[in-house]
Ligand binder design. Structure first.
Ligand code: TRP
Length: 445
C-alpha cells in the first residue's frame, strides 16, 4: 500500500490527483447543462460578468473555508467540524450538527435526482452509438419519450448509480483519484475537440459576442440571485464535499493554490462549454434562451443537421456523462466518508449500502418530473445555501485563528494580507450574500 492510504482512512497520492478530483466534483451538469441554459435565459454577457463576480466573492472564500476545515479537521464533514469547533461550546455544537445533518441530507437528495438527469445523458450516448432508438419524429419527442418514461429513466439511473458506487467503493486513491485522473483529461480533450470543431464550422464569433459583450439593460435582481446560487452549486459548495476531499490532503501548503486551480478549471470549462453550445445554436439560427431543454432537445436537433453531427453528438454526451460521473462520485463520498469515520463501516459496505439507498430515493424522480424539480429546488435553493451560510460563519467566527489561516500562513511570504482579506470576507460579505440567496429562495423578493 502506498503512503497516502497508510493512515488508515486513505488520501490522495498526489496534489494533482487532489486538484483533478476536486475539479471533477465541481465540473458537472452544472457547467455543461445548467450554466449555458441560464446564461441563455438571462441574456448572455452581463450575466456572465455577474456570475464571475459571484465566484470571486462567494465561491472562492467558501471554497477555501471548506478545504481548510477538511484539511485541518482530517475527517468527514461532521467529525471535522466537531474537532475544529469543540472549543466553541454550544455554537460549535449547533454548527457541527447543522452542517453535518444538512451535508448528509444534501448528499443523498442531490445525487438521487442528479443521477436521473445523468442517466438521461447516458441514454443519449446509447442513442449516439445506435444502442437505443431515437424517436423518428424529432429530438423533442425523443426527450419527452425518455423523461416521460419512468421505467426507462430508472434503468439509466440504475446504470449511472452503478458507475458511481463502483468508483467510490474502490477507495480514495485507487478509486476516486484514479478515475478522475482519467475522466478529467478525457473531459478536457473532448471539450477542446468540440471547440476546434465549432472554430472550423463557424458560429464562434457570434458565441463569443453573446458571452462576453455585456448588455447591462438585461441585468435584473433575479439574474443576480440566480448567478449567486449557481456560483455555489457549480463549485460543489454548501454540503461539505470540499471538506471531505480536503480531509484527504496531506498538507496545508497547497490549499490556496489548489482552490484557485479548482475554481479556474470549473469556470473555464463552463465558459468553453457555453462557447461551444452557443456557437452551434447561433450557426443554426436557433434560440439561446431555450431553457432546461437546451442540451437535451435543442442541441440534438442541431446535431442532426450539422456535418459530422453523429460524431459531435456522441462526443458531447460522453462529455456530459463524464462530467456528471466525477461529480456524482463526490456527492456519494461525503456520506460514505461519514459512514466510515463516524460509524466505522467498511468502505465497500458504506458505498454499496448508501448507494442503494440513494438509488431508491431517486426512483420517484425517475418517474415524476415534478418530484425531480422539487428535490432540485429543495436542495439548491434551501439546503445548500443554509449549509454554506453555516460553514461560512463557522469558518469565520468559530475556528481558531491557527486553523482558520493555516492555508495562508503556509504560503511563501506568510500570506498575511490575504488572510486578513479572506477573514473579513468570510465573516461579513459571504454570509450576507448567501443570506440573500436564501431569502430569495423563500420568495421574499
Ligand atoms: N458541482 C457539480 C455541478 O456543477 C454538482 C455537485 C457535485 C455538487 N457535488 C456537489 C453541488 C456538492 C453541490 C454540492 O454539476
Amino acid at each position: 500500500m502506498s503512503d497516502g492510504e497508510s493512515g488508515g482512512r486513505g488520501g490522495f497520492r498526489t496534489d494533482l490527483g487532489f486538484v483533478l478530483a476536486a475539479a471533477g466534483s465541481a465540473v458537472g451538469l452544472g457547467n455543461i447543462w445548467k450554466f449555458p441554459y441560464i446564461t441563455g435565459e438571462y441574456g448572455g454577457g452581463a450575466f456572465v460578468l455577474i456570475y464571475l463576480a459571484c465566484i470571486a466573492l462567494v465561491g472562492l472564500p467558501l471554497l477555501y473555508a471548506e478545504m481548510i476545515i477538511g484539511r485541518r479537521g482530517g475527517k468527514d464533514v461532521l467529525d471535522s467540524m466537531s474537532a475544529l469547533t469543540a472549543h466553541a461550546g454550544t455554537p460549535g455544537k449547533l454548527a457541527t450538527w447543522g452542517v453535518g445533518l444538512l451535508a448528509v441530507g444534501s448528499g443523498l437528495f442531490i445525487l438521487s435526482f442528479y443521477a436521473v438527469v445523468a442517466g438521461w445523458a447516458v441514454h443519449f450516448v446509447a442513442i449516439s452509438v445506435g444502442l437505443a432508438a431515437a424517436d423518428a419524429s424529432g429530438s423533442e419527442a425523443t426527450f419527452t419519450a425518455l423523461a416521460g418514461n419512468g421505467g426507462l429513466s430508472a434503468w439509466w439511473h440504475t446504470i449511472f448509480m452503478g458507475l458511481v458506487v463502483f468508483v467510490v467503493a474502490g477507495g480514495v486513491q485507487s478509486g476516486i483519484e484514479r478515475a478522475c485522473k482519467i475522466l478529467m483529461p478525457a473531459l478536457m480533450t473532448i471539450l477542446l475537440i468540440l471547440l476546434a470543431y465549432v472554430g472550423i464550422t463557424g458560429g464562434l464569433g457570434a458565441s463569443l459576442a453573446f458571452l462576453f459583450r455585456p448588455d447591462f439593460s438585461k441585468v435584473s435582481g433575479e439574474a443576480i440571485l440566480e448567478a449567486l446560487g449557481h456560483a455555489f452549486f457549480t463549485l460543489s459548495l454548501g454540503m461539505g464535499a470540499m471538506v471531505t476531499y480536503g480531509s484527504y490532503l496531506q498538507s496545508d501548503r497547497h490549499v490556496v493554490r489548489d482552490q484557485l486551480a479548482v475554481a479556474f478549471l470549473d469556470t473555464a470549462i463552463a465558459l468553453v462549454a457555453g462557447l461551444v453550445i452557443f456557437a452551434v445554436v447561433f450557426s443554426m439560427g436557433a434560440e439561446p434562451g431555450a431553457g432546461p431543454g437546451l442540451v437535451f432537445i435543442t442541441l440534438p436537433d442541431l446535431f442532426a443537421r450539422i456535418p459530422g453531427g453523429a460524431f459531435v453528438a456522441l462526443a458531447f454526451f460522453v462529455l456530459l456523462v463524464v462530467a456528471a460521473w466525477s461529480s456524482g462520485i463526490s456527492l456519494l463520498e461525503v456520506v460514505v466518508a461519514l459512514g466510515i469515520d463516524r460509524f466505522g463501516w467498511s468502505r465497500r459496505t458504506a458505498a454499496i449500502g448508501i448507494g442503494v439507498l440513494i438509488w431508491a430515493l431517486g426512483l420517484p424522480s425517475a418517474f415524476s418530473g415534478e418530484f425531480l424539480d422539487f428535490m432540485d429546488n429543495l436542495t439548491t435553493r434551501y439546503m445548500l445555501p443554509i449549509g454554506g451560510f453555516l460553514i461560512a460563519l463557522s469558518a469565520g467566527w468559530l475556528l481558531g485563528k491557527e486553523d482558520r489561516e493555516a492555508g495562508f500562513t503556509a504560503l511563501p511570504g506568510g500570506g498575511a494580507i490575504l488572510a486578513v482579506g479572506w477573514t473579513f470576507t468570510i465573516r461579513f460579505v459571504t454570509p450576507a450574500l448567501v443570506l440573500l440567496v436564501i431569502l430569495n429562495g423563500l420568495g421574499l423578493f
